[in-house]
Ligand binder design. Sequence first.
Ligand code: NAI
Length: 284
Amino acid sequence: MEIKNMMVIGAGQMGSGIAQVVAQAGIKVFLQDVKDDFLNRGLGRIRSNLDRQVQKGRMSEEEKEVILHRIELTTDVADGKEVDMVIEAAVENMEVKKNIFTRLDDITPEHAILATNTSSLPITEIAAVTKRPEKVIGMHFMNPVPVMKLVEIIRGLATTDEVYQVVHDLALKLEKTPVEVNDFPGFVSNRVLMPMINEAIYTVYEGVASPEDVDQVMKLGMNHPMGPLQLADFIGLDTCLYIMETLHEGFGDDKYRPCPLLRKYVKAGWLGKKSGRGFYRYDQ
Ligand code: NAI
């Protein structure tokens, strides 16, 4: 099965990046969100990414326009009634995702594959709300999507080999490197990454060092390209908190307990780069 047209749900940092790479691969895509404002912001992000490619001479102005023309903005999920595949990239919340998948199952054609970009939530549980669990799969991109090569592909309990293969081939078409992982909380990437970020937040919370110094230690000492707290700001502190909660609940081990400072920042609306403030301040 070849994927000719798609829908991406959620036009935030991940959804807009996914729509961009899909359109760049020649696939028509509906980008859906709940408000026009969010859609326009997402499209703005795509446009400035592509502008940068033009400035660097990697793409012509005409190519940019062709790519942008493949992206159609919509607030109506029902526009997905003829798509071959959906990638959901709404907030990291099980109830929200279950509602979206229930709706998608009703609307999309029988053959459509329903993928989620969840960072940590069980694919099998999301699949269970549909009548097509064999066509539900995790397709976990990294941030920023146009730059990062990895895609974790996660099979739910019922996902068929055929569906896995289509999604694997799609990842290659998007010029990504797919890695197959099993359906456990946090998969591989966030099971390893997030406890490190959470621990970095604890070191600030306990007054061991400032955010700048924690990041400096990890950059210079471990050769990480970016410190864990800056990375947390880029991921989104709300997303980090949801992932830690999923690990904590999923494994039942207190070593995954989210740092109270992370909770406090999220409650304050300090969500990192996307809200202008997290461990650092950002120009909006
Ligand atoms: P974000 O906060 O930037 O964007 C989420 C978007 O989803 C918002 O525009 C919001 O309006 C929209 N949304 C919320 N409910 C919706 C609904 N019912 N229908 C349609 N749209 C809805 O979040 P971000 O960072 O893009 O994350 C999205 C998903 O991708 C989450 O599941 C997250 O765990 C996952 N992810 C995030 C990564 C990151 O580094 N931020 C990396 C990999 C995966």
